[in-house]
Design a protein around this ligand. Structure first.
Ligand code: FAD
Length: 384
């Protein structure tokens, strides 16, 4: 049961994608009055959160990210269970591991990947070591791919959720909790700080906050990602599966009702235009090499979004205090790990709002910067 610690507080949140919705619900559950603004509709059509695969894979991601992000991911897995169980609408959540596959010619790449993960497990005892599967283990764990692959790597503790069900369930909660939602309303946090009766204005605009980060040393950019959503009743994959490939690494995230999310490109660009033909061909050819049942799949959607990414590829909470204005809290840089780490960022943000600092952020290595209320805009890092 959440304590009503924010009664008599009023907050504005700009951006109702992943972080904005989570924060709005959490604050309203704790007694706050919340005004929530999004330039898009209530289905989060303009959010990266809507098209993401929503895999929760700290060990797999440890191959390409920093230990702090991995620790945020480990913190977040059990927190997702709590957060989802407190919602009144069901959200598909699964923790049956990640499967890593490769074709025979890519065995040396797979070996390197496996060694990398094992090294990360030795450094971080909270991670569970990957398990090498032979053909008969693979036939037991994931029979749908056993005719094409003779070995695999299994990362047992990883999970995924259904992002669209989550966004919808959070929307339902916003309505129940009487959060004042302003859809199709582009808002400017600095204006709300001046004119609004808010304790704090929280900027959760993701990629849309690019301008606001220009004045900081940690600039925000978009990293374009393209995904395909397939309906493939002939394919029976039980868990998120990644294909190691030197040029076309892909993942396949199986959702309920034979829906598969296949992704994703990773292109240094703010371009939000439709998927390119090259990306479509690469994703679709690669997915067909994993399971022949994809040949008869129906293409439901090809989608593009930009992952909100700070210069150092790490998330950050930035506090701006100025005399006569509401505090500004900027939460951004969730990059390709938003679902994996957002409960950790949520917990840290709530502590910042309550106490002005966060022990959770300190423990996990989440960066919180502040101008400390000075007029010379002096930046101080509150944690490593
Ligand atoms: C292809 C792809 C695959 C991904 N897969 C995964 C995955 O498997 N696992 C994982 O953990 N993460 C994944 N991610 C990352 C994850 O989706 C993001 O990190 C996360 O959505 C970022 O959350 P956010 O709330 O900061 O931004 P968003 O979810 O993008 O929300 C930002 C919101 O702000 C609104 N907004 C913008 N400007 C304004 C304005 N001026 N006024 C009002 N509203 C505004 C937008 O309309 C939007 O609704 C993926 C991302 C992509 C693109």
């Amino acid at each position: 049961m959440n304590q009503p610690i924010f009664t008599n507080s009023k907050y504005a949140i700009v951006g109702a994608g992943l972080m904005g919705r989570l924060l709005a619900v959490a604050l309203a559950q704790r007694g706050a009055q919340v005004d929530l603004f999004d330039k898009g509709d209530s289905a989060a059509s303009g959010a990266a959160a809507r098209i993401a695969a929503a895999m929760l894979a700290p060990l797999a991601e440890s191959a390409i990210t920093e230990d702090s992000v991995v620790r945020m991911g480990i913190h977040s897995l059990p927190r997702w269970k709590d957060l989802i169980s407190a919602l009144s609408k069901p959200v598909f959540f699964q923790q049956d591991g990640t499967l890593i596959l490769w074709h025979r010619q890519d065995a040396s790449e797979a070996e390197r990947f496996s060694n990398h993960l094992e090294k990360n497990c030795r450094h971080n005892p909270q991670l569970t070591a990957p398990i090498k599967l032979n053909a008969s283990d693979l036939a037991q764990i994931e029979p749908g791919v056993a005719d094409r692959f003779m070995q695999a790597l299994y990362l047992p503790n990883e999970g995924q959720l259904d992002n669209r069900q989550l966004l919808d369930a959070l929307l339902h909660e916003l309505i129940t909790l009487k959060v004042n939602c302003h859809w199709n309303t582009a808002a400017e946090p600095e204006q709300l700080r001046k004119n609004g009766p808010y304790q704090s204005v929280i900027d959760c605009r993701g990629h849309g906050a690019k301008e606001a980060w220009l004045s900081t040393s940690n600039k925000l950019r978009g990293v374009r990602g393209e995904v395909v959503r397939l309906y493939a009743p002939e394919v029976k994959l039980r868990r998120p599966t990644r294909l190691i490939h030197p040029r076309y690494p892909i993942y396949i995230a199986p959702k309920e009702n034979d829906i598969y999310v296949v992704g994703a490109t990773e292109i240094e660009s703010d371009d939000l235009s439709e998927m390119s033909l090259r990306s479509a061909m690469e994703l679709l050819s690669a997915v067909y090499t994993v399971h022949s049942g994809f040949a008869e799949a129906r293409i439901l959607e090809m989608a593009t979004q930009c992952r909100p990414t700070l210069k150092n590829n790490l998330p950050e909470i930035r506090i701006q205090k100025d005399k006569g204005l509401s505090d500004l809290i900027m939460v951004n840089g969730l990059y390709r790990h938003g679902f994996m780490i957002s409960p950790a960022i949520l917990d840290s943000s709530l502590e910042v709002l309550e106490f002005g600092q966060s022990n959770t952020a300190l423990e996990l290595g989440l960066s919180i910067t502040s101008n400390l209320g000075t007029t010379n805009n002096h930046e101080a890092s509150l944690c490593a």
